[in-house]
Design a protein around this ligand. Sequence first.
Ligand code: PYC
Length: 336
Amino acid sequence: MSELSVGPRVRVIDSHTGGEPTRVVIDGAPDLGRGSMADLRIRFRDAFDSFRSAVVNEPRGSDVIVGALICEPVDPTCVAGVLFFNNVGPLWMCGHGTIGLGVTLGHLGRIGKGNHRFDTAVGPVTIEYDGANRVSFENVHSYRFAENVTVDVEGLGSVTGDIAWGGNWFFLVDSETLPTNLLHGTENQIRKPFGPGEIETLTDIAWRIRQTLEQNGIKGANGGEIDHIELFGPPGDPKNHSRNFVLCPGRAYDRSPCGTGTSAKLACLFEDGKLKPGDVWRQESIIGSVFEGSVRVDGDKLIPRIAGTAYITAEATLILDPSDPFRMGIRSQHSH
Ligand code: PYC
């Protein structure tokens, strides 16, 4: 198995979930061999990074696209295995991508209305598909790992947040608690509710927080890298509970409310006694798209359910011309 076994043509289906794109590879992916889904993720990361870059990076893609490689599931109760990846590497799980994959497999006629399971690098997730554009999924067990962690961020001062797992690691910060010189002002400052006009400022703040966590060795459980930063504040639409801004590992912001990020948020709300099992939490993204979230308790585990809609945007064949110097994509400047 090597990158050389990657053919010159790769068939993909593109969709977006609440504005956030997913590119599902349906043909032409490398054979990852056998092993657990976590093993396959490592093999994909270590042996097929150029393929990842070819699929999602420029000139065919962009920093925003999340790729989904479908493979044989390890768990026989699942209809598909899936590995998610972005502009800088593999993700553990992806909520908007799970919704996009459900709608993509429905579009291809590979699944119908009803319940189905996908095997991911962090375990199986169950989706419910309405046969058209709506998918809800039960995520993996989500939890808060550390509460009120304070870091001194260069240019910002003291910032406090929670570390939580929702299928990826998140540092969640209430934007209302950011240093007051950033809040409710004009130039380079954050309005309430924050909106697309603040994307550059929010990106800068979140990236500084991310780098500070890294520099200080602040991690999730088992040394997990905290590579998603979630800032939240009041909603733009009073029908919703909160608006968030999620910065992903490769410095692109999530156009959707982020399925794993909303799961992490639900875990924190639950642990704070602000959300009961069955309550519906409407999470808005920075562009105003909405996921509905709720939780159930299974023994000592908290299981979030996230619902959203996805739309197919393209059916395409990527051509990896051997004479093209950028055949395998242009490396993101935010790669490690
Ligand atoms: O929806 O979980 C998500 C996600 C992670 C990164 C981008 N979207």
